[in-house]
Design a binder for this molecule. Sequence first.
Ligand SMILES: [Cu+2]
Length: 161
Amino acid sequence: MSEEKTNIKNLIFPTLGIVSIVLGYFLIDFNALYQSFKGEVQFTTQDKTCDLHKNSCKIMLQDGTSFELGVEPKTIPLMKPLIFTIKSNNQNLENLHLNIYATNMFMGEFTLPIKNLGNGNYEAKGTLPTCPIGDMQWNAEIRIETIDKTIGARFQFKTDK
Ligand SMILES: [Cu+2]
């Protein structure tokens, strides 16, 4: 009898340990962690009056780098190929990415490689997923590393269904 109790004890404590590790893994707020990680980037957000459905929008970063983003087609449809054209006053940027994610719903994050086409012209291509709710608000971000920090341009747009 007492031997059996010991066996149960030996079983219960490791099991509890494993269960709490597994629960902990799922209960950690990954979104908050992710956002705090993002918080280390100093973003400059696009002027609210600029509408990517109408024209391209320009952002000037603290270090003097400018990005002008345009989306084709301007209707910004979901589930259709989009071309993001980017102009910069710096012709020599490499390994840039356009990070796109919805801010009013978790729809995943899409990391589109930005191609340097030369003469300050850049381009990224991608497709945004369909959404059962609609009226998604998106951030499209470009980050660049400077000597002491990471800064970034944050473009914003909305999509219908
Ligand atoms: Cu959505």
